[in-house]
Design a protein around this ligand. Structure first.
Ligand code: FAD
Length: 241
C-alpha cells in the first residue's frame, strides 16, 4: 500500500542528570495531555542517553502522512515540529530537567514506506511469515514483521516461521517491465506484512548487495542466477544455500 505511513521525528534535549526513564516519561506525557499540552501523539517511544554529551535522544513523535502528496508532507512536517516543542515541555516537567532544551531535530521526517518498484515477483505476506525457502534466493530476510499501523498506535510484531528467515529470490529484485532496473531495500515489492519485514537496514544491505551484483552482470549481458549466487558467496554474503 502506498499511503498512510508514519515517521518519527527525533528530538534531543540536553539536561542535567534528570530522572528520564520510560515510566517517568510515560507518566509525564499522560499528565501533559490531561493538562491540554500538545500535540503529543505517542505515550511511549525510544529514549536513549548519548555517551559523552549526556544528551537525550527521543523518538516519540509519529505522523500519519502520504509522502506522495506535497501538502500532506508539509502538514506532517509542521505538525511534527510542533510536537517536538510540546515534548520539550513534557521533559521540562521532569525533576532535574527544568532547563532542558532542544539541541536538534531530524532534518526531515523519516518515512517507513511509500512507493514500491513492481518486480517480477512480489513477496506475499505468507511467503515471508512462513519462512519460505526459494531456490532463486539471493538474500535472506530475517527481521520479524514490524508494522506501524498509524500515529500513536503500538507497533504490530509477527515472527518469521520455518528456519526464522525467508529467501528473497532474484526475481524479487528485477523490475517487471524494465529489465535493466533493479530494486533493493525499502523499495522492494511486498504485500503489507512482507514489506514491514523487508524494509529494515540489514535486509536492505543484503538486497542492495545482491541487486548490485545482478546489475553488474546485466550490464555485461551475462545475468545468470547461479552466477549471482556464486559471486555473492565469493563476497561472503550470508547466503545459506
Ligand atoms: C523512524 C524510523 C525508524 C527506523 N528504525 C529502524 C531500525 O531501528 N532498524 C532498522 O533496521 N531499520 C529501521 N528503519 C527502517 C530503515 O531505516 C529503512 O527502511 C532503510 O534504511 C531503507 O534503506 P534503503 O537503502 O532502501 O533506503 P535509504 O536508506 O533511504 O537509502 C536511499 C538513499 O538514496 C539516496 N537517494 C535518493 N534519491 C537519490 C537520487 N535521485 N540520486 C542519488 N541518491 C539518491 C538517499 O539520499 C539515500 O541515501 C526505520 C525507519 C524509520 C523511518
Amino acid at each position: 500500500m502506498a499511503g498512510r505511513r508514519q515517521g518519527h521525528s527525533g528530538s534531543a534535549t540536553r539536561e542535567s542528570r534528570s530522572r528520564a526513564d520510560s515510566t517517568a516519561i510515560h507518566q509525564a506525557i499522560t499528565a501533559a495531555q490531561a493538562a491540554g499540552i500538545g500535540p503529543l501523539t505517542s505515550h511511549t517511544g525510544l529514549t536513549v542517553r548519548l555517551p559523552g554529551s549526556g544528551d537525550l535522544v527521543a523518538y516519540l513523535a509519529d505522523e500519519d502522512v502520504d509522502v506522495r502528496d506535497a501538502k500532506s508532507l508539509a502538514e506532517a512536517e509542521r505538525h511534527a515540529r510542533a510536537q517536538a516543542w510540546a515534548y520539550l515541555e513534557v521533559f521540562r516537567s521532569l525533576p532535574g530537567a527544568e532547563n532542558a532544551r532542544i539541541v536538534t531535530t531530524g532534518p526531515q521526517l523519516g518515512v517507513r514506506e511509500s512507493r514500491h518498484v513492481l518486480t517480477r515477483k512480489e513477496l506475499s505476506d505468507n511467503f515471508a511469515l512462513s519462512g519460505t525457502q526459494d531456490p532463486g534466493m539471493v538474500a535472506a530476510g530475517a527481521w520479524p514483521v514490524e508494522y506501524h499501523p498509524g500515529a500513536g498506535k503500538p507497533s504490530q510484531w509477527e515472527m518469521i516461521g520455518g528456519p526464522g528467515y525467508y529467501g528473497i529470490p532474484l526475481d524479487a529484485l528485477i523490475s517487471r517491465d524494465t529489465p535493466n532496473l533493479f530494486a533493493a531495500g525499502r523499495l522492494l515489492d511486498g504485500e503489507r506484512k512482507a514489506a514491514a519485514s523487508l524494509r529494515v537496514m540489514g535486509t536492505s544491505f543484503a538486497t542492495g548487495q545482491a541487486a548490485g551484483v545482478a546489475a553488474a552482470q546485466h550490464s555485461r549481458r551475462n545475468l545468470d542466477l547461479h552466477a549471482v549466487q556464486a559471486e555473492l558467496q565469493r563476497q561472503d554474503a550470508r547466503l545459506p544455500l
